[in-house]
Design a protein around this ligand. Structure first.
Ligand SMILES: C[S@@+](CC[C@H](N)C(=O)[O-])C[C@H]1O[C@@H](n2cnc3c(N)ncnc32)[C@H](O)[C@@H]1O
Length: 400
């Protein structure tokens, strides 16, 4: 799950430049998104072209119903290879009705992916004219369904509570009257729940997400297609039959959203590569400065193909005196450089951060977990708070 996200992000970053040149889809996407950005100021500028691009994600959501039907047929065909007593026993344990339940679960998911496509087309009408390439990745669609549950269901509340609490507690130390001018950036914001929570606390919040698998799902929740709590049903665990206690568990539906998110005035949603962001200019009480006051990275820094560029950029985007809050594991996939936690701390120091040693703690946490399954994957995720010193060594030309 998380492994897939991390590896895709890394692959995308490595392959990004090549994909840009090779793919007409990607170029078209960039063009369409630039047009879109002009008419939708709440969203930021274009996403960088990649396998996470708008056309790729759209085509994958579009392909979900057909690929699910093939899957159902695949299970039926395999069952039909059984003969005699084995076939009778498979029927006795109810395997045909299990396949039927799978079919129904995928139909419900397909209804959701169709709605996501409908929203996408209404927000990007140009998608009507984009030809279908036949290339799609429904694995990423399934991941998005799990992220819907992680971020926007009552069932995901425990998973969220564990990881959000230390972050929101740290931000909660900032007095309420200062929050409207306190700029918080959440790079790699996924389905956006953390950014929404931070904006709901009154902060001037910017979320930044590269993947249109995430962005189209979030747009769907923010759109008029979603008007009430628990309106949609997702069957996020239907596609993996391992470690399941019962068929009912496997195919259970989970209602989303637990709250109806809306575009808040103080929430800017950027759909692009965070490495392309520049420091925002701010002015309050007659004083002008550049940069974010706080950057929050949740399960994010290890998605980098080069963690040095991520940490350097976080440092660069922060104001002098700004704070970086991190929580997450170090799950590398195709990264150029794979640092241990100790090395990450050394790197942060070398870049110019003061890591608050007292803040550092391990947070046992799960990621898009199926709480009813027979297996658990727990990350001992690392939390820390680091500060960029008030004297900005970078501006002073003392570090690169
Ligand atoms: C492991 S997921 C974590 C998502 C979210 N923070 C959470 O905890 O649910 C990492 C996210 O970062 C996004 N991402 C990876 N590299 C990015 C980049 N350079 N700019 C913006 N988003 C990026 C991925 O698309 C993915 O949604």
């Amino acid at each position: 799950m998380y492994l897939l996200e991390a590896s895709l992000a890394a692959l995308s970053l490595l392959a990004g430049a090549w994909v840009f040149r090779a793919s007409i889809w990607s170029q078209l996407s960039s063009f369409l998104l630039q047009k879109r950005a002009a008419s939708a100021p709440i969203y930021g500028t274009t996403a960088s072209s990649s396998s996470f691009s708008l056309p790729s994600a759209f085509e994958s959501f579009h392909a979900y119903p057909a690929t699910a039907t093939s899957e159902v047929n695949g299970y039926r065909s395999k069952l039909n290879t059984l003969r005699g007593a084995h076939r009778r026993l498979a029927f006795e344990v109810g395997y045909p009705s299990k396949i039927e339940n799978f079919r129904r679960a995928t139909l419900a998911n397909a209804s959701l992916t169709r709605s996501i496509c409908r929203t996408a087309k209404s927000e990007f009408p140009e998608l009507y004219n984009v030809p279908i390439t036949g290339k799609h990745d429904v694995g990423r669609v399934r991941e998005s369904l799990k992220h819907l549950v992680r971020d926007w269901s009552a069932g995901g509340a425990h998973e969220r509570q564990v990881i959000f609490a230390p972050i929101l507690e740290e931000l909660g130390k900032i007095p309420k009257e200062k929050r409207a001018t306190h700029k918080v950036l959440v790079p790699g914001s996924g389905l956006g729940r953390l950014a929404w929570e931070i904006a709901s606390m009154g902060f001037d919040t910017t979320s930044c997400e590269l993947s249109y698998y995430m962005n189209l799902s979030l747009r769907f929740l923010l759109s008029p297609e979603t008007t009430t709590v628990d309106q949609h049903e997702v069957h996020p665990y239907a596609h993996w039959w391992s470690h399941q206690r019962s068929a009912d568990n496997t195919f259970r539906g989970i209602a989303v959203p637990d709250v109806v998110p809306r575009r808040l005035q103080n929430w800017t949603i950027l759909e692009e590569d965070f490495l392309s962001l520049v420091r925002p200019r701010t002015s309050s009480s007659g004083q002008s400065s550049t940069g974010y006051d706080t950057i929050v990275t949740l399960y994010f820094i290890d998605t980098a193909s080069n963690i040095i560029s991520y940490l350097t950029h976080i440092h660069h985007l922060l104001k002098a005196g700004g704070t970086w809050i991190n929580l997450g594991p170090l799950l590398y996939s195709s990264a150029t450089i794979e640092l241990s936690l100790e090395e990450v701390f050394k790197l942060a120091k070398a870049i110019g951060f003061d890591v608050d040693k007292a803040s550092a703690q391990q947070i046992p946490s799960e990621y898009t977990a199926d709480t009813s399954a027979m297996m658990k994957w727990v990350y001992l995720a690392q939390f820390w708070v680091a500060r960029k010193p008030t004297i900005d060594l970078e501006s002073e030309g003392l570090i690169l």
